[in-house]
Write a protein that binds this ligand. Structure first.
Ligand SMILES: NC(=O)c1ccc[n+]([C@@H]2O[C@H](COP(=O)([O-])OP(=O)(O)OC[C@H]3O[C@@H](n4cnc5c(N)ncnc54)[C@H](OP(=O)(O)O)[C@@H]3O)[C@@H](O)[C@H]2O)c1
Length: 304
């Protein structure tokens, strides 16, 4: 029987990929998009065979009508508390009201189930939504994937192929979990279609430490990489507090600098480490490694 999956956030970076991966796996996909969404944002979804459902996620009646008959709701919404608790909460209530079997929240992060003692604004709201979800009469599955590996392509200090350096906080041998958006989407689609999926599914395309990144960078470029310690995890905690105090505007932004530092702290302290990972659930996925990603980045740099 074909599964019918409603995807909220389907016009986004990850949601679009999940919708396409679901189609590749033979699912019927309903892409829930804002009523005012322009055709330019819908072309890829339509080309891959997704049905387009224009719906105001703030309107319970519209939402229930949109979800009626869906087996699973996948959320890939992005935003602050109003979206992750508020809008996603509307989606959950409507899903329960019309008898949807399973809900996959917009988590797709490092293991925030273990970071309560090490605050991270964006992780904390996802943990709070998890409490609401677990109390609702619906199956719940979260996908945890560490950091999107694609972010390394933006010249992060963590792996700077141009400056030949790796900058880290804490311990250089701390393993970090990294998964590409495509691999996260592929795993999420399979999870949505797997009735046996557990409450949390943890995947990592690669697990590599700052020491490992420096060795890899040196090997791939032929130039030794500097391994630079920016300070201890406690130093990073103080830097986060100072940056947050100096940036009140950041409270209304999704990714102020201090928020990025909070992600770094959770990963580099090891608190948000995915352990164990469930990659073996997905024999069909050929996980992209940091080596694969960096090789592609260097090839593109060389061809410019
Ligand atoms: N692990 C990592 O390193 C990492 C990195 C980045 C993101 N993520 C996670 O991946 C998930 C998706 O992020 P993304 O980067 O794909 O986000 P994105 O590209 O910004 O897309 C967000 C989606 O949410 C929709 N949306 C937001 N508020 C809405 C509302 N009120 N009503 C209707 N639609 C709404 C947007 O619709 P419109 O297009 O109409 O605005 C869009 O489709 C999030 O959980 C995020 O935290 C993880």
């Amino acid at each position: 029987m074909t599964s019918t999956i409603a995807v909220a956030g389907a016009t986004g970076n990850l949601g679009g990929r999940i919708a396409q991966a679901l189609r590749q796996n033979g699912a019927e996909v309903w892409a829930l998009v804002r009523p005012e969404t322009g055709e330019d944002k819908l072309a890829g979804l339509i080309a891959s065979g997704c049905g387009i459902v224009k719906v105001d996620l703030a309107d319970p009646e519209q939402l229930q009508a949109a979800l009626k008959g869906a087996d699973v709701v996948v959320s890939a919404l992005q935003g602050l508390r109003d979206v992750i608790i508020g809008t996603q909460g509307n989606l959950l209530k409507a899903a329960v009201a019309v008898g949807v079997r399973r809900f996959i929240p917009s988590d797709y992060a490092a293991d925030f189930t273990r970071t309560a003692g090490e605050p991270n604004r964006n992780f904390d709201m996802r943990r709070d939504f998890g409490v609401i979800l677990d109390a609702a009469p619906i199956e719940a599955v979260s996908v945890l994937n560490g950091m999107f590996m694609d972010l390394l392509a933006y010249g992060m200090p963590l792996f700077d192929l141009r400056k030949h350096s790796v900058s880290y906080w804490g311990e250089p041998d701390q393993l970090l979990d990294l998964t590409t958006m495509d691999d996260t989407a592929a795993a999420s689609a399979l999870v949505a279609l797997d009735p046996q999926a557990p409450r949390y599914v943890r995947v990592a395309g690669d697990q590599i430490s700052p020491t490992g990144l420096a060795a890899l960078g040196g090997e791939l470029t032929g130039t030794p990489f500097a391994l630079v310690c920016a300070g201890s995890i406690d130093d990073l905690g103080r830097a986060i507090e100072a940056a947050r105090t100096a940036d009140p505007q950041g409270e209304t932004q999704e990714f102020p600098r201090w928020q990025q530092m909070q992600y770094s702290r959770n990963m580099m302290s090891g608190k948000a480490k995915l352990d164990p990972v469930d990659n073996a659930r997905f024999p069909s996925i050929r996980w992209t490694s940091v080596r694969d990603l960096a090789t592609g980045m260097l090839a593109r740099q060389g061809s410019r």
